[in-house]
Design a protein around this ligand. Structure first.
Ligand code: FES
Length: 218
């Protein structure tokens, strides 16, 4: 789905939300080392209606990237987590016109293999208008009309248990615009007012193929 409106990016610095444990469909903690790198996973965070990618890039994604959000403010990406520093998470809402994964379909996807428009793999593409993001570098824009990176989800890794937690979001979030643009759809899907309910305690992680029936590649 794609919205048409004027965006107002907010908060390039970290906005803390509930510290939630990432769990599987049975409520068991996700183990970072068990995440496959051949597909992306999805979980809703920080709101009940806002999807986020969880991706094991299969190689370390070091921090140190200085990024510029859509509002022109600079921020630092924190890098990947996990034993191999290869696990990253981003809000799966396109920074261009807010395409996002629904249960039926998604125009924004992770491409572990070669993307036609990027000419390489390991990228997030939004086929609504061909924006390409690099998840190994804070989801900075590689090409296309998006004016800034995807918002990053701050992850915490427990070395002792190999478990993952989401603790906040940074890098120019667009949640208010998202709620405004899709109010009717979100109310129909979740019930009036439910879209802004915050996720607390646990967030269920599912393979992307289970979250969206059709995942458009480009
Ligand atoms: S909504 Fe336009 S590129 Fe994603």
């Amino acid at each position: 789905m794609v919205a048409c409106f004027s965006k107002q990016a907010q908060a390039t610095e970290l906005t803390s939300f509930a510290r939630v444990k990432l769990v599987d469909a049975q409520g068991q903690p996700i183990k970072a080392s068990a995440l496959g790198s051949a597909e992306a996973y999805l979980f809703n965070y920080p709101y009940a209606s806002t999807p986020s990618f969880l991706i094991n890039l299969g190689k370390p994604a070091p921090d140190g990237n200085k990024l510029v959000a859509s509002d022109g403010n600079e921020y630092a990406w924190r890098g990947g987590v996990g034993a191999n520093k290869s696990v990253v998470a981003y809000t799966a809402i396109c920074a261009h016109q807010l395409a996002y994964p629904t249960r039926d379909a998604s125009l924004i996807t992770y491409n572990p293999n070669t993307s036609e428009i990027a000419g390489r793999g390991g990228v997030i593409t939004c086929c609504a208008h061909n924006s390409v993001y690099d998840p190994a570098q804070g989801a900075r824009v590689l090409s296309g009309p998006a004016a800034g990176p995807l918002s990053a989800v701050a992850l915490e890794y427990d070395v002792a248990t190999d478990e993952l937690y989401a603790t906040g979001v940074y890098g120019g979030t667009l949640f208010d615009d998202f709620f405004k643009a899709y109010k009717t759809q979100l109310n129909a899907e979740l019930g009036a007012g439910k879209a802004r309910e915050l996720v607390t305690a646990m967030a269920k992680v599912v393979p992307f193929a289970e979250y969206s029936k059709v995942r458009v590649q480009c």
